[in-house]
Design a protein around this ligand. Structure first.
Ligand code: CA
Length: 265
């Protein structure tokens, strides 16, 4: 194997090759795919994510990222926008088609890309602007995993279907959402956001409160991400997203979910 091939080979856990596969234990080790072509940065990210107990694989191009995702299950994808070949935005679009719930955190060098990253078409859950601090990266990742754990805990509870606005049916156990009888596919974060609103109709939330409740952390300057997710949700659930009837704007404050019964027809 040449040095070039070795450096491109998928990362393998040290010592894993000669051992029998271990049975899955209760404390599941999270698996993270880091898609980043800058080797030094990828290595640093990998080391820090491994330190919080995750298994990490690195993909250095969009193509190899999509191959890795098709081959193995991941709990989270950290995806750089600027990649050789197909870029991170396109990778996100393509993986969303098959994995609507897989959490994707995008790494972007330009804040002007944020709208595109969080847009309906790309469908990322989160972003970090380069350069970012390690603590911020880890806080994001941990928040997503905390969220997944609390959802997993709810799976064991008896199913409780949430009926909202007379037209939405939300099943927290299966993450299915129906508008009337039409199934709607929501990302991880869109689902959490809708559920939070639907469980608290009429209550006004500021962007900071929503970050805290749905993202699991509050980060200054990140409020814009809330607007992007609200727009995405509206595009999926509102009969006319330009004139929202379900997810309403509380001018100068934030957002609230309707208390009325809406006929989306
Ligand atoms: Ca890059």
């Amino acid at each position: 194997m040449s040095t070039e091939q070795r450096s491109r080979a998928p990362m393998v856990e040290t010592g894993a090759r000669n051992r029998e596969p271990e049975p899955r234990v209760a404390a599941v080790r999270r698996s993270v795919l880091v898609v980043e072509d800058e080797e030094d940065l990828a290595r640093v990210i990998r080391r820090h994510i491994e330190d919080i107990g995750c298994q990490v694989r690195i993909a250095r191009s969009g193509e190899s990222a999509l191959e890795a995702i098709a081959r193995d299950p991941y709990d989270l994808v950290l995806l750089d926008v600027m990649l050789p070949g197909i870029d991170g935005l396109e990778v996100c679009r393509r993986l969303r088609a098959r994995h609507p719930y897989l959490p994707v955190v995008m790494l972007t060098a330009r804040s002007s890309e944020i709208d595109k990253v969080l847009g309906l078409e790309t469908g990322a859950d989160d972003y970090l602007t380069k350069p970012f601090g390690v603590q911020e990266l880890l806080a994001r990742i941990k928040a997503i995993f905390r969220r997944m754990d609390s959802l997993a805990a709810q799976h064991t509870a008896p199913d409780r279907i949430i009926q909202a606005a007379g037209c939405l049916r939300i099943n927290p156990a299966t993450r299915e959402v129906f508008l009337r009888d039409h199934a709607i596919t929501l990302t991880h974060r869109e689902f959490d956001l809708l559920r939070h609103f639907a469980e608290n109709p009429g209550r006004v939330y500021t962007r900071a409160q929503l970050l805290d409740a749905v993202w699991g952390y509050s980060h200054e300057g990140y409020e814009h991400a809330v607007n992007c997710h609200i727009n995405r949700l509206r595009a999926k659930i509102e009969p006319d997203p330009r004139a929202p009837r379900l997810l309403l704007t509380a001018w100068g404050v934030g957002y609230r979910f309707t208390t009325e019964s809406i006929d989306p027809a």
